[in-house]
Write a new protein. Structure first.
Length: 417
């Protein structure tokens, strides 16, 4: 099993370009199931989760070709409407094939999902929404089984603004008869990017990026060519790394309008943030100040940057309270950061981080995707050597992370065991 070894003490300096957004690419790839025509996607990140998605599409019978960051998909002849446990267990976004398969063929059978171990993330909202659209849905022996004669538009109220449920129902509603209204919809940029793809395929969608999305169903969708939006979470990770190491980093393609909450908090912590059309530059001049954050649905502070921000707060001046409102059990990295000498106390859905003068390298274990990168960031400011194990979590969402960090001046290497 691979490990990543980090030697602390280097300030990140230079320029780094971000990949396309993994969380946009996955539903967009699955949207290709809604048509029998070719779809071409550019700026697709070369990460493990995307490889899993392409394997799943091929397993269902789609033709898939990849050249660098461009992917060509044509789901002309589907040979299966079942997504097996072996593929879905490693990535919960695989569950999003259920709706497109149902809309395209009238039936689907998909294993209930896996992914990161960060608490209960049930698919109830997805299934209730599909039922609202006229489908019969049952969960039998760990599989969601759905059938429908004709999808019918409906008004669907989401109890929480779930990104996955919004994306799922948005795709299905495109081929439903009549009008669908999704209330308390997620507003994330990845949802908006999916909507752009669907509109490019001939869907009639209004309100994407707002809390009510309206879809007028059409009889069929056609092929599309689309460039995936830049990954705001990867961009945020490098911005936090630049700030906490006292560095000077320009993150090319980072979009300030997608990172408003993070940028405000970094400025509050004492970092200098410079925005322009090409990206965002961050300078960390002195020891950061402790600032409180609370994760919220977009446009609030993203839960996917909570672990990285906690790593930055471990050596900040003062005390920070980090409150997690999106997922339960998303403080597993706190225990590992404490192994490095951090002073973090978890109290329910809040973590109290008392800044310390120094961290010291030690063996630590990644527990999920974002926690894994937070440990790498902490290693950058720890004295000595930090060894991060179970880095397969990291590979699910970050492409060439070690290479990019080395280009910014960090001492980072992957050891294959």
């Amino acid at each position: 099993m691979d490990t990543i070894v980090v030697r602390g003490g280097s300030r990140l300096r230079g320029e780094v370009a971000v990949e396309g957004a993994k969380n946009a690419a996955l539903p967009i790839l699955f949207a290709a199931l809604l048509t029998d025509e070719p779809c071409v996607f550019h700026n697709v990140p070369q990460v493990v989760d995307v490889r899993t998605a392409l394997r799943l599409l091929a397993d269902l019978g789609a033709e898939v070709q990849q050249e660098g960051t461009t992917v060509w998909v044509r789901a002309r002849h589907l040979r299966s409407v079942e997504a097996p446990y072996e593929l879905v267990k490693t990535m919960r976004a695989s569950f999003l094939v259920l709706g497109p398969l149902l809309a395209r063929t009238g039936r689907a059978r998909v294993s209930t999902p896996g992914g990161c171990a960060i608490g209960a993330r049930p698919v109830d909202l997805h299934l209730k929404g599909l039922q609202k659209l006229g489908a019969t849905v049952d969960v039998v022996h760990g599989y969601a089984e759905a059938e429908v004669q004709r999808l019918q538009g409906a008004t669907i109220y989401l109890d929480v603004p779930s990104v996955g449920a919004t994306e799922h129902l948005l795709m299905v509603a495109c081929l439903a008869e009549g009008s669908t209204r999704i209330e308390q919809a997620a507003r994330e940029p990845e949802v908006v990017d999916l909507a752009r793809v669907l509109i490019g395929m001939g869907a009639r969608i209004s309100g994407a990026g707002e809390d009510v999305i309206t879809v007028e169903g059409v009889s069929r969708l056609h092929g599309v060519e689309h460039t995936i939006v830049p990954d705001r979470i990867e961009a945020g990770t490098f911005l936090i790394g630049g700030a906490m190491t006292g560095g000077d980093v320009f993150v090319r393609d980072a979009r300030a309008d997608h990172l408003h909450a993070l940028l405000l908090k970094l400025k509050e912590a004492g970092a200098e943030v410079l925005e322009d059309a090409a990206g965002i530059r961050i300078r960390g001049h002195t020891r950061l100040r402790s600032v409180d954050v609370k994760t919220m649905p977009y446009p609030g502070f993203p839960t996917d940057l909570q672990a990285q921000f906690m790593a930055a707060m471990t050596r900040a001046e003062g005390r920070a309270v980090i409150t997690e409102t999106i997922f339960e059990n998303r403080f597993l990295h706190a225990v590992e950061l404490n192994r490095l000498g951090a002073d973090i106390k978890v109290q329910g859905n809040a973590a109290v981080v008392q800044g310390v003068e120094k961290l010291t390298g030690a063996p630590v274990m990644a527990t999920d995707l974002r926690a894994s990168v937070s440990l790498v960031l902490a290693g950058l400011v720890a004295e000595g050597e930090t060894v991060v194990s179970r880095v397969y979590h990291l590979d699910r969402g970050y492409a060439r992370l070690e290479e990019k960090l080395r280009a910014l001046g960090a001492w980072v290497e992957r050891r294959r065991e």
